[in-house]
Design a protein around this ligand. Structure first.
Ligand code: GDP
Ligand code: IMO
Ligand code: MG
Length: 423
């Protein structure tokens, strides 16, 4: 049975959590394949809102398997808090949640290293979520990491101490002022490890292979977005994992030829949180309106998200890299009441018109070129059928589908599960 992927095509926060939750009923297994608690995936149903950071977004459905894959980095303290928050809603978490032995642990000193690195960069900082993501992946690729499976070894505390000591030396190397009490952070960490041990650790590649042989269906849930990919994103203003489709193969151990559908999610406009180039960013009333109506504040850090028009050049790039087969357009309701909608279809760059992403998106000569569409005034939140969409919105959707040559199969018109229109 095939594996389907669902991933963000922009700079994250496209609404992945919501759609994974909506699609979960069609799958047996939901698996996160990369990233860590830098992610904040929001689900809204029965008038309640939940934000997941590490746990896959299928967790609220009965009789499903939720797997945290080997490509994910896990902070036990954050995972523990997440479990606490949802345990009244999820009857038997130890039966539905599994963790790969090969996933790496975020230690308290990884978080401190993240903070020291960012502080030392001053105004050139990445705008990291400060969850220790970069330093943990550095230890992984540097072959120094601490894996979940190491906790099954009696000597794990020695390994922890060794790595933590090295981190403390590195932190002092940065020579920046950080206020922290390591003993307190460690107490919290060791307590959380006790809780973590209550979850089943598995050899997840074998685990998934076995389920595939049994014809079970798998949905791989991406975190972050394609433009934050360590290779293809707006480097160095990116995260430290492959957020694009290939990351699902390495982050779960599923083979490329087992992948069927690649669902690409994008907002009807664009947002970005953290630093880095954003060609279509708005600093006017339109941007303010997106921010206000869309309540554009980070689900993990609460920081305001920068807002701008849809960038089709970037979206096309992301669709190609991921091999997107179906598109889903999110937050369409936010654009209701705009007198006009702009879409960037080309860039002007060094005096030429281009329709690809140049090496350095932050080049000052890069200028978006827009096409303009008529807005619509109708409130979309009560619509339950895509046949009812206003004509001007249909024109916008048809234009995007034609330009990208991929069908838009979902139009999302609100944060709630119910506010999802299938086409
Ligand atoms: P994720 O990281 O991709 O899962 O997205 P986030 O949860 O970080 O951010 C998406 C935000 O938009 C959350 O607050 C969602 O509840 C909300 N949201 C999702 N879809 C829609 C939609 O169609 N309309 C509106 N207004 N909000 C939405
Ligand atoms: P979800 O899964 C939006 C951004 C940070 C920063 C950069 C690097 O909710 O879409 P990191 O903490 O990884 O070192 O930060 O990446 N970032 C995200 N932005 N959504 C996310 O996840 C993000 N995860 C990281 O803001 O610019
Ligand atoms: Mg998010």
């Amino acid at each position: 049975m095939a594996v389907d992927l669902l991933l963000g095509l922009q700079w994250g926060d496209e609404g992945k959590g919501k759609i994974v939750d909506v699609l979960t009923s069609k799958y047996d297994i939901i698996a996160r394949f990369q990233g860590g608690p830098n992610a904040g995936h929001t689900l809204v149903f029965n008038d309640k809102k939940y934000v997941l950071h590490t746990i896959p977004s299928g967790i609220f459905h009965d009789n499903k398997i939720n797997l945290i894959g080997n490509g994910v980095v896990i902070d036990p303290v954050i995972l523990n808090k997440e479990i606490e928050k949802i345990k009244n809603e999820v009857s038997n978490i130890s039966k539905s949640l599994f963790i790969s032995r090969k996933a790496h642990l975020i230690l308290p000193t990884h978080r401190l290293l993240d903070a020291a690195s960012e502080k030392s960069k001053g105004k050139n900082k990445i705008g990291s979520t400060l969850k220790g993501i970069g330093p943990t992946y550095m230890d992984k690729t540097g072959r120094n990491g601490f894996r979940i499976g190491d906790l099954e070894n009696d000597n794990w505390q020695n390994k922890y101490k060794e790595l933590s000591k090295k981190h403390q030396q590195l932190i002092s190397f940065y020579n920046v002022e950080l206020n922290f009490c390591l003993a307190e952070l460690e107490n919290e960490f060791f307590e959380a490890i006790k809780e973590l041990r209550k979850i089943k650790f598995v050899d997840s590649e074998d685990f998934l292979f076995k389920y595939q042989e049994e014809n079970k269906s798998i949905l791989a849930e991406g975190a972050q977005g394609s433009l934050l990919d360590i290779d293809f994103g707006t480097y160095p203003f990116v995260t430290s994992s492959n957020t694009t489709a290939a990351g699902a193969c390495t982050g779960l151990g599923v083979s490329p030829n087992s992948i069927k559908d690649v669902f690409g999610i994008f907002k009807a406009y664009t947002t970005r949180v953290g630093s880095g180039p954003f060609p279509t960013e708005l600093f006017d009333n339109y941007g303010e309106r997106m921010s206000k109506v869309g309540q554009e504040f980070g689900a993990t850090t609460g920081r305001p998200r920068r807002c701008g028009w849809l960038d089709l050049v970037a979206l096309k790039y992301a669709c190609r890299i991921n091999g997107v087969t179906k598109l889903m357009m999110m937050k369409t309701d936010v654009l209701s009441g705009f007198d006009k909608i702009l879409v960037c279809t080309k860039y002007k760059y060094k005096g030429e018109i281009i329709n690809n992403l140049p090496y350095d998106l932050s080049d000052e000569t890069l200028e978006p070129i827009y096409e303009e569409f008529k807005g619509w005034s109708e409130n979309l939140r009560n619509l339950r059928n895509s046949d009812m969409l206003p004509e001007n919105l249909n024109n916008y959707i048809n234009f995007l589908e034609k330009k990208l040559n991929i069908p838009i199969v979902i139009v999302s018109v609100g944060p709630d599960r119910k506010e999802t229109l299938f086409r």
